[in-house]
Design a protein around this ligand. Structure first.
Ligand SMILES: Cc1cc2nc3c(=O)[nH]c(=O)nc-3n(C[C@H](O)[C@H](O)[C@H](O)COP(=O)(O)OP(=O)(O)OC[C@H]3O[C@@H](n4cnc5c(N)ncnc54)[C@H](O)[C@@H]3O)c2cc1C
Length: 229
């Protein structure tokens, strides 16, 4: 089916939020955390790239959070799209969804790996069985804490939700957490080993965090992850 671009807005340099629509709402049945797979013929070749849905299900519209990869193929093509342009997409796919909403949760993202958590956090918190949830979000700079206002508002509304951004290149004015997400993993877990951990971002971070969790005795089923590369 075709997804038509309605609008974009800049989240940070080279990172944008995109709003698309498809012809019919029923074509977009999905769970928070799933992705769509876009394809286009570029340079004579059919290229396919998956993108996490960065919005809760809402009629025939969906949102994405995209990074322009310099020297990349598909992301520059998407950044060049204008409102009214369309791209071929699959229906939503994937298994990176909240496994057990009645368990305490830890969500870990870096960069645009935050995309699936934008709908997963409110979906988790809306569940009447919801327990405690921490979102640990690593970026370089303070202006790259995408959707900061939304996550801070959710943390104010839900005492069971902690939003922990951490910066690897903080300005001297930054009062919050610093360093990689791994630095804050033990504090986020405290001495708990019974929660589910969902991780999304680039392979190096995801594999590193998975390794630590396995050493701590986490079962494979408790570690749910999505790698972007
Ligand atoms: C399930 C899944 C969901 C994804 N969801 C998103 C998403 O929501 N937002 C998003 O921006 N990307 C997402 N990606 C990555 C996306 O599919 C593409 O790989 C990315 O847009 C680069 O494609 P490209 O053709 O421009 O670059 P390519 O020519 O394919 O170059 C790939 C290079 O880009 C790097 N790369 C891949 N993704 C990123 C990224 N996000 N930031 C920085 N470097 C990256 C890889 O390490 C690799 O070196 C997802 C990937 C998967 C597997």
């Amino acid at each position: 089916m075709k997804a038509t671009l309605l609008e974009t807005r800049e989240l940070a340099p080279e990172v944008r939020h995109f709003l698309f629509e498809v012809p019919e709402a029923h074509q977009l049945n999905f769970k928070a955390g799933q992705f769509v797979s876009f394809n286009a013929v570029l340079g004579g070749k059919k290229i396919t790239r998956p993108y996490s849905l960065a919005s809760l299900p809402s009629g025939n519209r969906f949102e994405l959070c995209l990074n322009r990869v310099q020297e990349g193929i598909f992301s520059p093509y998407l950044f060049d799209m204008k409102p009214g342009d369309s791209v071929e997409t699959t229906a939503p796919l994937g298994f990176f969804v909240i496994r057990n909403p009645a368990k305490d949760g830890l969500f870990i993202a870096t960069g645009t790996g935050i995309a699936p958590f934008r709908p997963m956090v409110p979906e988790y918190l809306q569940n009447p069985e919801a327990k405690n949830l921490t979102l640990l979000f690593g970026v370089r700079f303070e202006n790259s804490i995408y959707y900061r206002d939304e996550f801070e508002a959710l943390a104010r509304q839900h005492p069971n939700f902690r939003f922990w951004p951490t910066l690897t290149r903080p300005e001297t004015t930054w009062q919050g957490r610093t360093g990689h997400v791994q630095t804050h993993l033990m504090e986020a877990l405290s001495d708990r080993r019974d929660l589910d951990v969902h991780i999304c971002g680039m392979k190096a971070m995801v594999d590193d965090v998975r390794g630590v969790l396995k050493e701590l005795g986490f079962d494979r089923k408790q570690i749910i992850f999505e790698k972007y590369d």
